[in-house]
Design a protein around this ligand. Structure first.
Ligand code: DAH
Length: 347
């Protein structure tokens, strides 16, 4: 091997150790660059006698061509390797199993509300929903709340940064009771002038909001409001309807119902409804499940009905609480955390 063949071999070996385009460019400079070994050789031509110049020049150029083709071959090899690596990285394995969709399920509170609706619907109650952002009149005034009633104060009720026509802040309804007023007003308008007016029976389920948060209170929870107004509907009817509901909701006959005197501005008299099971995990304890009462005459007037001829009862119960009692859940927050391990148990 003459010195030019050795130079080509050295270039080839140098190029082969380059593993990136940048390394290869450095190796190229060592041979073909301005201070590279081939350039240095070409510079020696100047000192040769004319008759040797041509032959020596041709030899050096041949070696240079050999180095350039080795460089090109290595460039292509590196580009191929890079492409291969990229293809491997982006490979799609068509033999992997699909991800599937999973099946959705119903939330325990939705399930409970549907159950409550079905039971009341079977007793002739209409089911109605209404707005969650309410006016002050609907949430409080129409329900006979005095101006200074604590329920109106900021610490219980969320207010919305919007005002009604009277300049009063709108609220996130703190209970479903405004639906009594909305539904009864529509009923009164629909049957204006009809005597006797058909009875009104409605169940109004929905979300309600209060500034409150711990194991048994959530800033958003669910209530079901009930209202039955007719010519002669009394507390006795409330007791029958509610007891029937409890038996069917909990699927048992083994319970007592107690009406405990209480106060609500929109009812007179008012009562908390407690239940006590005779057997099962909750046996023996009185459990408060609803507020109720005979609708106050001022409220009946706000329905646009005549309290002389229209009388009846209303009740309001926490749907989340009923779900917790039925399923034996002790922390309300579980209901709203969205943890699938919890939620899957109900489907
Ligand atoms: N609105 C009451 C509350 O949120 C519950 C209630 C009590 C509703 C008595 C009624 C009722 O309709 O008659 O605590």
């Amino acid at each position: 091997m003459n010195e030019l063949d050795q130079l080509v071999a050295a270039a080839q070996a140098d190029f082969d150790t380059a593993h990136t385009p940048a390394e290869l460019e450095n190796a190229k400079a060592r041979f073909l660059g301005r201070a590279g070994r081939v350039t240095e050789l070409l510079k020696t031509l100047g000192a040769l006698p004319v008759e040797q110049k041509k032959a020596r020049g041709a030899e050096i150029n041949q070696a240079k061509a050999g180095i350039e083709s080795a460089l090109q071959a290595r460039r292509e090899a590196l580009a191929r390797a890079e492409l291969d690596a990229q293809l491997r990285a982006e490979a799609l394995d068509v033999t992997l199993p699909g991800r599937g969709r999973g099946t959705g399920g119903m939330h325990p509170v939705s399930r409970t509300i549907e159950r409550i609706e079905a039971i009341f619907a079977s007793m002739g109650f209409d089911v109605a929903e209404g707005p969650e952002i309410e006016t002050d009149w609907m949430s409080f005034t129409a329900l006979n709340n005095p101006e200074n009633h604590p329920a109106r104060s900021m610490q219980d009720t969320f207010y919305v940064d919007m005002q009604d026509a009277q300049g009063r802040w709108l609220n996130l309804r703190p209970h479903t009771s405004p639906m009594q007023v909305r539904y009864a007003k529509a009923h009164a308008a629909k049957y204006a002038g009809v005597h006797p007016m058909p009875e009104l029976r409605v169940l109004a389920p929905g979300r309600v909001y209060r500034v409150d948060s711990d194991a048994t209170h959530s800033p958003m929870f669910h209530q079901c409001e009930g209202l039955w107004i007719g010519e002669n509907i009394s507390f006795k009817d409330l007791k029958v309807v509610f007891s029937d509901f409890i038996g069917r909701f909990f699927e048992t006959d083994d319970f007592d119902v107690r009406f405990r005197p209480s106060f609500f501005p929109f009812t007179e008299p008012s009562a908390e409804i407690d239940i006590r099971f005779g057997s099962g995990p909750l046996a023996g304890r009185w459990l408060e499940v609803a507020g109720s009462g005979q609708v106050h005459p001022s409220v009946v007037r706000n329905y646009d009905l005549d309290p002389e001829t229209c009388i009846g009862f209303a009740f309001g119960m926490g749907a989340d609480r009923l779900a917790m009692l039925r399923y034996g859940i002790d922390d309300l927050r579980l209901m709203f955390d969205g943890d699938l391990r919890f939620l899957r148990q109900f489907n």
